[in-house]
Write a protein that binds this ligand. Structure first.
Ligand code: SF4
Length: 339
């Protein structure tokens, strides 16, 4: 991946971000509680990097992506893009920023209007932004189709004439048409066959260098996230359990939840024998999360403190942060797993 010298320049800053959805109940449909989909999340995304976000479904990762792009309004906290606080900007003021921040969705078919030709679909964001004339738009459509590995003739066809992988390439070309700086991929390869997944990931990788892009890549599959990311954040019940450079996280996961997730990924190295850590229980409801550490109902290392005190993300050095009491006690209770 592109780790350039400007890696440490921040493009996006997320601080204490919360997104709560009200739960209605009773005859009068009053608010009786909240689903805490994103609950006090903070991190930075540096220019040119790919930050991967992994978590089970219901962990809040997709909501987080939508709030960062302001497709959903935050409940609390700030989102800063290129030094501008965009958390409370009205939609009218967000619109000009849309050209710099785009999203690639999981289901390219649902996100592409079936009545529009591929050329029209890729051209549409340019028309909205009014940045280019007709001739330049046409040239841009052809260039983008070539960049994603589809020929110029594809612009005259319709989405149903393409395979799932090709449709995702069209979705990527459309997202690139306004020359964005930042792209959020929300499970962009999850609906594709494994063989097609790596083709699309490689295209995204190449485009990152060509277009100087920064990615936030959301997925539930740890292998997919590993393939494309520079750093990885693990989410559990709306919070970040651990965030670290890719190799640090995959080789020495610190959080018991990350350790369990990584132990379940089949190893390609036959010399490395891994013991699978089994998690008991289901993901609790985000409308009624456990007290203290929200992972304590499933954690093999849970102790008294975990039931009452919420662990904060703690700096373990070299950009590796973990939210777990095991690492903030005078006598550490476990050694990091070597996976
Ligand atoms: Fe497990 Fe306690 Fe660490 Fe939470 S804080 S992950 S319950 S050991």
């Amino acid at each position: 991946m592109s780790n350039t010298e400007n890696q440490k320049e921040k493009l996006v800053e997320v601080k204490n971000l919360k997104k709560y959805f009200p739960v209605k109940g009773g005859l009068l449909q009053r608010t009786v509680g909240y689903v805490k989909a994103v609950d006090d999340v903070s991190f930075d995304i540096y220019k040119g990097e790919t930050l991967g976000i992994v978590g089970e479904s219901g962990s809040g990762k997709s909501t987080l992506g939508r709030v960062i792009l302001r497709l959903l309004d935050p409940t609390e906290g700030t989102i800063t893009f290129e030094g501008t606080d965009i958390s409370n900007l009205r939609q009218g003021k967000i619109r000009p920023l849309r050209k710099d921040m785009q999203m690639v969705f999981q289901d390219p078919y649902a996100s592409l209007n079936p009545r529009m030709s591929v050329g029209e679909l890729i051209e549409e964001p340019m028309l909205v932004q009014k940045t280019l004339g007709k001739k330049e738009r046409k040239e841009m459509v052809i260039e983008l189709l070539q960049k994603v590995g589809l020929g110029p003739e594809a612009r005259l066809k319709y989405p149903h004439e393409f395979s799932g992988g090709q449709r995702q390439r069209i979705g990527i070309a459309r997202a690139l048409s306004t020359k964005p700086k930042f792209i959020i991929g929300d499970e962009p390869v999850s609906a594709l066959d494994v063989s097609v997944q790596s083709q699309v990931l490689n295209i995204m990788d190449d485009l990152q260098d060509d277009f100087d892009l920064t990615y936030l890549f959301i997925a539930h599959d740890l292998s997919v996230v590993k393939h494309i990311s520079d750093r990885v954040a693990v989410m559990y019940l709306g919070r970040i359990a651990e965030i670290a450079p890719k190799h640090s996280l995959y080789d020495k996961p610190l959080h018991p939840y990350t350790q369990a997730l990584i132990s379940a990924v089949p190893s390609t190295d036959v010399t490395k024998k891994k013991e699978k850590i089994k998690l008991t229980g289901e993901l609790p409801s985000p409308s009624n999360p456990p007290t203290g550490c929200s992972f304590h109902t499933r954690c093999p290392h849970a102790h008294d403190r975990c039931h009452v005190e919420r662990p904060e993300l703690t700096d373990m050095g070299d950009g590796h942060f973990v939210a777990c009491h095991l690492y903030t006690e005078p006598e550490p209770k476990i050694e990091p797993e070597t996976v």
